[in-house]
Structure formats: structure tokens, C-alpha cells
Design a protein around this ligand. Structure first.
Ligand code: AHM
Ligand code: MG
Length: 341
């Protein structure tokens, strides 16, 4: 029976409700998610102190783990790693900040993998602009004992069991899907709890905003340029979208999810060592693609492949990304095929 979602329930209640819809569930995923939520709260508290770090740092500020103040992205990476390596349900993890996969502590191995970008939006960290964490959870495919293998991590987005993000903005929000809709929770910092604020999120079908770094215009192909011109409203008959580009994927995606919009980071010819654009398949594109689709949107590459179908070959694989409102991503597909409205 589908449970009615009321605003205000706690995230742990929601996680237990998710578990109830799978009678065979052991509670492992719920426990894993609860640890992830704790990591998110710790990072949120640190992000909120970031502006004071220099001032407090001079007086020898130490953080919650008793360490000296450190760079936020390093802090976020350590925090998520620490929570996950001893949550007891991870067999292997991958972080955008780590060259190699990271094993859990001996004896704490479980049946899931997690891939995360601990603090996305690195150029915005020092300037008080929203950043976020993105995560992607798969069930292991290797035999269920001991540490996992890289094959456990290199699974397509369509096999994700949970995907989500935490955005550290004017409020801290956690948005996730376990395959039956997308729910958003807002952190009440006074009590340290996430409460359901955005049940059953649906991305508006029509695009209000387009988000792309237009400085790269000279380096795009003609299909992308024509599509961006179309979004701007320079093609007859199309209502212009407004431009919004924060430069933090999580924040740009979150705004477009709530308001309607399309985000793009296509490949470009700026540098030969990034022929597939900048964004990472495992840590960024695949988890956001699952959320987009669960919210009624779409996510494709700049040659029209569905992001969730791509089988990763490498942990840090990059992928061109077009993601957001359904009607607009479908229109992008037409442009990519060489068609014009
Ligand atoms: P990061 O993971 O190092 O922060 O890089 C990813 C970020 C995205 O959040 C953002 O959308 C993009 O890079 C911005 O890149 P650019 O400055 O090239 O527009
Ligand atoms: Mg990132």
C-alpha cells in the first residue's frame, strides 16, 4: 500500500517507510542512509562556519573531531569516508576526491557500494555560494563476503538503489530517491533534524531556466550552439528561457528541479584531455539522472544516449550532460539529431 506523505515527517521515518515497501529488506540500506544523513549534518555545520574559519582558526579552532580547521572539500571527503567505512553496510566506496576505491574498515563490509562527490562546486567553496554533496548507492554484484571489487562500483545508473544530494544553501536540503519518487527534506538546524518539506517532487515540464557556461560557446559544436540560441528565444516562436548558472551543479540542478529548467555541460574543444566534458558519470551525472527521471525529467549525453544506460568503464569517467525538464531535453535530442523546430 502506497503511504501518504505528509510534510513534516522526519527523514528517519521516511527511510523506515521506504523499507516497509520491500518486505525482504533487512534494514541495512536504512542504516546506511541514516549514517549518510549524519555525515550530511556534520558537513552542513562546517559549511555554515566556513566564513568564520579564518577568524576562529586564528584562535586555534578545532572541529567536531578535534582536528584543526581544514579545507572544506577535504573535510567533507573525510567525513563521508569515515561515516561510510564503519557503517557496516558498504563493501567498497569511490569518492571524486580519491584516486582509488576505498575499502571499509576490516569486519565492517556489507552489501552496498557508494560513490560520492563530497563537495561539488569547488570554485564556490570560498565565496559563500551554495555547494553540495552528491551520492549514488548500488547493491554489490560480487559474492557477499569481504571487501567489494571495482565491478561493484562500475554499474550503470539504472541499477542504483538510492541516489541523492545534499545542498548546503540558504537552508540545507537533502533530496533523494529510492526508486519511488523524489522527496526533499530541509534541515532544521535548531534541532538537528531533516523534515520532509518537498514530498513527491516533480520537475515542471516546461523550461523556465537554462543553465550552461556560455563562455564555452566558441568551443561547442553547431547543434549545441543552435539549441542554446533556441533556448534564448532567438528562434521564432519559442518563448525565451532565462539564464541561470551558479557553477555548482547541485545548486543549478536543484533550482531547475523546483522551478523547471535544463542544465547542460556538453563536450567542448578546449582541452584534449577532457574529450567528454567535465562532469563525472559516477559521482554527478548518474545520481542526478536518476533523480531527474524519478521526478518526470530526463538526462542524456550530448549525442543523445540516456545517462542511466551508460555502463561505466572507469571510476572517474567523464560524460557530457544535458539534464532537466522533459520537454526541453526532448527538444535538445532533436537538435542533436540535426532536426530544427
Ligand atoms: P567540481 O566537482 O570540481 O566542483 O566540478 C564540477 C562543477 C560543477 O558543480 C559545475 O556545474 C561545473 O563544475 C562548473 O564548471 P565550469 O566552471 O567549467 O562552468
Ligand atoms: Mg563535482
Amino acid at each position: 500500500m502506497a503511504l501518504v506523505k505528509r510534510k513534516g515527517i522526519t527523514i528517519s521515518r521516511q527511510l523506515m517507510d521506504d523499507q516497509r515497501s520491500f518486505p525482504e529488506a533487512t534494514g541495512a540500506l536504512t542504516a546506511l542512509m541514516n549514517d549518510l544523513v549524519v555525515a550530511g549534518k556534520i558537513v552542513s555545520a562546517e559549511v555554515n562556519m566556513a566564513g568564520l574559519a579564518d577568524i576562529l582558526g586564528q584562535s586555534g579552532r578545532t572541529n567536531i573531531q578535534g582536528e584543526d580547521v581544514q579545507k572544506l572539500d577535504v573535510f567533507a571527503n573525510k567525513t563521508f569516508k569515515r561515516r561510510m567505512e564503519q557503517c557496516g553496510h558498504i563493501c567498497l566506496m569511490a569518492s571524486e576526491e580519491e584516486d582509488e576505491p576505498v575499502q571499509p574498515l576490516p569486519g565492517y563490509e556489507g552489501n552496498y557500494t557508494i560513490a560520492f562527490d563530497p563537495l561539488d562546486g569547488s570554485t564556490n567553496i570560498d565565496v559563500n555560494v551554495s555547494v553540495g554533496t552528491i551520492f549514488s548507492i548500488h547493491r554489490r554484484v560480487s559474492p557477499t563476503q569481504g571487501p567489494g571489487t571495482e565491478a561493484d562500483l562500475l554499474q550503470p545508473g539504472s541499477k542504483q538503489v538510492v541516489a541523492g544530494y545534499i545542498v548546503y544553501g540558504s537552508s540545507t536540503m537533502m533530496v533523494y530517491t529510492s526508486g519511488s519518487g523524489v522527496h526533499g527534506f530541509t534541515l532544521d538546524p535548531s534541532v538537528g533534524e531533516f523534515f520532509l518539506s518537498h514530498p513527491h517532487m516533480q520537475i515542471p515540464e516546461v523550461c523556465k531556466y537554462y543553465s550552461v557556461n556560455e563562455a564555452y560557446w566558441p568551443y561547442w559544436n553547431d547543434n549545441i550552439r543552435d539549441f542554446v540560441s533556441y533556448l534564448r528565444g532567438s528562434e521564432q516562436g519559442h518563448k525565451a528561457c532565462s539564464a541561470r548558472y551558479i557553477g555548482s551543479l547541485v545548486s543549478d540542478f536543484h533550482r531547475n528541479l523546483v522551478k523547471g529548467g535544463i542544465y547542460m555541460y556538453p563536450r567542448d574543444t578546449r582541452s584534449a584531455d577532457k574529450p567528454e566534458g567535465k562532469l563525472r558519470l559516477l559521482y554527478e551525472a548518474a545520481p542526478l539522472a536518476m533523480i531527474a527521471e524519478q521526478a518526470g525529467g530526463l538526462a542524456i549525453t550530448d549525442d543523445g544516449r540516456r545517462i542511466l544506460d551508460i555502463v561505466p568503464e572507469r571510476l572517474h569517467q567523464r560524460v557530457p550532460l544535458i539534464i532537466g525538464s522533459k520537454a526541453e531535453v526532448e527538444m535538445a535530442e532533436k537538435f542533436l539529431r540535426g532536426e530544427r523546430p
